[in-house]
Design a binder for this molecule. Structure first.
Ligand SMILES: Cc1cc2nc3c(=O)[nH]c(=O)nc-3n(C[C@H](O)[C@H](O)[C@H](O)COP(=O)(O)OP(=O)(O)OC[C@H]3O[C@@H](n4cnc5c(N)ncnc54)[C@H](O)[C@@H]3O)c2cc1C
Length: 417
């Protein structure tokens, strides 16, 4: 077994495969070390196994607005490899992409495994990359303050450059369990404690759990603290046996976590976000007038999902469920309208790392030179993908970050050979 390489890439996920393939393409003798028995385990699960491979916003400036805390770092790597390059890159590998709603791009084949296979082909094309599976990276091999290789479960491997692509802590069952971050911390890198970021939200409200499986397509969702709306979003919500989920909820988790640090948080669903309380009441006055002889429950069932109507009516006076519309009092109508405008429940937290798509935390971006992705502490060490602490929404932004940082590190680490 060869023990000495130009470059070692640790972690065979999205970012690591891109970096290893690029280094091999440029002629470097590279080793890709992965502890799983296959490459791209997390990648093959992405986007409901369809892989939301990037977001088709081709203006770098607009694209990077989605990285509010880190865009200043990202202009440089995105000037080297951006969304347009991602489209061209995968098309060249025989994997055309299609664009769906919210500019989300997917492989035309609708298969995340095809994305993995395309990257594996890329790695194999140059014949310069050795892949070492079932091998766990343990620590850096350091001599006179310089990284000269890595210690692994299969012994020590030496290289001039090392690229760390071991991921964050989200979905640890795919292999990203944090050893890479621990090793980086041991050699002096500052690591922000990982925590769930893009994750579903948890509530103890039983009526929410009971609605598990129900989804509402276009609702308003407010997050309230101390009786004041802190922020609101609009879109699709999915009820689950523990709380709420769906892209809109998952993308709110980062801010909700911040609020929970300051105190209790409530979520409030607005079932008719085009109406305020006054106009919703007017709408129901007219509706009740037109449908006087209908049972309230049957009328509501024509507007909303049955399970939701049941849950709402249970929150009101018990006999309302059987009332006919003409016998509903003004007060009862107002209570009903109030609930439809402000269906509240407490939020206890996120569902944690196991359920999260992306974790907060990782290497402080200030410790990285983003022109090359090299560490500012060790010039022959490169850090890419989810190992870096970069907050972003769902929608293809995470994988684009992997393609960009992987490409840039793969390119610059080969310089000087
Ligand atoms: C369910 C799910 C769906 C997602 N869907 C999307 C989506 O559609 N679009 C999108 O943009 N993003 C999506 N994401 C996020 C995206 O998958 C990640 O941001 C991305 O895969 C991170 O890539 P990475 O290479 O940095 O890390 P990872 O993919 O986590 O890869 C790290 C690799 O390093 C290996 N490793 C770790 N420690 C060691 C060690 N000590 N020794 C050797 N190897 C090690 C791991 O086994 C793993 O293979 C999704 C995430 C999840 C969990």
């Amino acid at each position: 077994m060869k023990k000495s390489f130009d470059i070692i890439v640790v972690g065979g996920g999205s970012a690591g495969m891109m970096a290893a393939g690029r280094a091999g393409e440029l002629g470097a003798r590279a080793l890709l070390v992965e502890k799983n028995d296959r490459l791209g385990k997390k990648l093959s699960m992405t986007g409901g196994r369809r892989c939301n491979i990037t977001n088709a916003e081709t203006d770098n400036r607009v694209f990077l607005e989605n990285f509010p805390e880190s865009k200043q770092f990202l202009f440089s790597p995105f000037s080297q490899f951006n969304v347009k390059d991602t489209f061209e890159f995968f098309e060249k590998l025989g994997l055309p992409l299609v664009i769906e709603d919210r500019k989300r791009a997917f492989p035309k084949s609708q298969s995340a495994q095809d994305v993995c296979n395309a990257l594996i082909n890329y790695i194999n094309q140059s014949k310069n990359v050795d892949v070492q599976l079932n091998t766990a990276f343990k620590s850096f091999k350091i001599k006179a303050g310089k990284i000269i290789g890595i210690n692994t479960s299969a012994g020590t491997f030496f290289a001039d450059k090392v690229i760390i692509a071991t991921g964050g802590l989200a979905a640890p069952e795919t292999g990203s369990t944090g050893e890479g971050l621990n090793a980086l911390n041991e050699i002096g890198h500052k690591i922000k404690e990982p925590d769930a970021n893009l994750a579903p939200l948890r509530t103890k409200s039983k009526w929410v759990h009971k609605l598990s499986g129900t989804s509402l397509d276009d609702i308003g969702l407010r997050f309230i603290q101390k009786n004041k709306t802190q922020f609101k979003v609009r879109g699709r919500i999915l009820f689950t046996h523990f709380g709420i989920s769906g892209p809109m909820v998952i993308n709110s988790a980062h801010k909700v976590k911040g609020l929970l640090k300051k105190g209790e948080v409530e979520a409030s669903i607005d079932l008719f976000p085009d109406h305020d309380l006054g106009s919703l009441d007017k709408f129901f006055i007219k509706l009740f007038d037109d449908q006087k002889n209908k049972k309230l429950k049957s009328l509501l069932n024509t507007l909303l999902q049955k399970s939701l109507v049941e849950a709402m009516l249970n929150m009101l006076e018990s006999d309302m469920i059987d009332l006919q519309v003409h016998s509903i009092t003004k007060q009862q109508r107002k209570s009903l309208v109030q609930i439809m405008n402000d269906l509240r429940f407490p939020i206890q937290g996120t569902m944690g790392l196991e359920w999260s798509i992306v974790a907060d935390g990782g290497v402080d971006p200030k410790e990285i030179n983003f022109k090359t992705m090299a560490s500012r502490l060790y010039p022959n060490l490169y850090l890419i993908g989810d190992t870096i602490d970069i907050n972003r929404p769902s929608g293809g932004f995470s994988l684009q970050l992997c393609w960009t940082t992987g490409f840039v590190a793969g390119t610059h680490s080969t310089k000087g050979f």
